[in-house]
Each structure stands twice: as C-alpha cells, then as structure tokens.
Design a protein around this ligand. Sequence first.
Ligand code: ZN
Length: 149
Amino acid sequence: MTKEDVVMVLREFKASRIYQGSLDKGADLVEGLSAVIKQQHIEAGMISGIGAVSEARLAYFNAQTKLYEEKHFKENMEIVSLKGNISFKDNSIFPHLHAILSNKDFAAVGGHLLPKTYVYAFEFEIIPFEGKSFVRGFDEETGLFLWKK
Ligand code: ZN
C-alpha cells in the first residue's frame, strides 16, 4: 500500500455556521435530528449531542454475518456522547448516528443509534458543511452502505 492508497475517500468542505438546539422530552431522537437537518436543508455535516433518554435502541454490526444485531434498553440513561455525520442515502439526507449511553451504575454501552430511541432531554450542535456531499452506496466487501468515490 502506498501513501496515496491510505485514504479511501476524501473531500474538502467549508463550514461557516453552527446550529445549537434541543429536542423535547418524548421525541424520537433519530427522527427528530433527521427532521432538523431536512428542514434546514443540511446535506453534509457533523452532529454532536448530550442529554438523556427514557429508552434506547442500539445496533452492533456483526462483520461475520454482515447483519446488525439490535438491542433495546428499557431504562433511563445518560447520553454521554452522541456523534454523527450527514450525507445522502437512497436519494435522501441521512444522519448516521452513534451514541455512548450510561446507566445508574455508571456503566456505558454504545453503538449505532436506531429510531424508537426516546429523548428525556437532548442538546445538540450541528455543523453544516458547504460542498458536494457524500452519497452512500452498498459495499459488497463490508456489507455496509459506505461513501462512494
Ligand atoms: Zn453506524
């Protein structure tokens, strides 16, 4: 592998704005963030947030089976860190979100954040990127929808 082969996909963007906001108690976290970025026409960018959930659904991608294994956490947990990016998937603006959550024992779980995760309180920042956004396409080798070249 040469030095030029190390980065698979790379693009330069400019950022000049930052949104900061919150979602209401009871909101679907993924659907809520998705609605914000669609309303603001944010086609590329990054998302971060902290807060708490009343219940959560996380997924783990099993590279052996190439399937997502889902787990439902039916308890109040802290959102220690939510992080994500924005690009296109299936001709639609798509937020890809991961989260680390902690429980009453201060133990953390984490994974790919799924819809039907409900907000107890949530504060976020979104940084829109100006430039040609990435488009996701199915990658046979990994079984994932990755950014196309
Ligand atoms: Zn993911």
